[in-house]
Unconditional design. Sequence first.
Length: 214
Amino acid sequence: MSNIKHIFLFLGIALVVSNSAFSQKTIDSLNLIQLSGVVVSESELNTLPYATIFNKTQGRGVMADYYGYFSLVTLPNDTLFFSYYGYQTTTFIVPDTLKDNRYSVIHMMTKDTINLPEITIYPWPSKEDFARYFVEMNPTEDVIKRAQRELSGESLAFAAARVKTDASLAQSYARNQMYTQIYTKGQIPSNNLLNPFAWSKLINDWKEGKLKRQ
């Protein structure tokens, strides 16, 4: 008889606990808030795709989509952590004064700026290399003289000798020759000493042995 009383007592306690849990669950379900929003940067107001939103109170989280949009179910006073690479992690507490079960936010995040120590960059690895370069440098070697050397007749002839002739180059050369003849008609012809195409033709003729046959 005593065992039956204990069984009934246990069932009564279980029923009370289940009813209390069900009531608490019903109350919590009435306070659920569908929190939605967009994560943007504070300076440029650009959306931050795939930002992480973690609900510390509930122990779960979501990830924003490509456009920075997110949506999750929360309760009042839940603490949310927003994190994104290169930005400072920020927090947001769900208000407990909301009258609606839906809430939208635009959450701004600040860039995480790291101040690095000052670094001095030298053009030479050591003082010895600098001293050697200073002693061996040519003070007359400037940009203008290098340009004059590169544009000399010998340099142009050497560059022209490396350019392979093709149909378009030959047609262009023939057209330029025709224009030159028209331009200098009745005058003294121009000097082709510095003409790279003439030098190229001369060198190619010499390589092919045309000068010997002539």
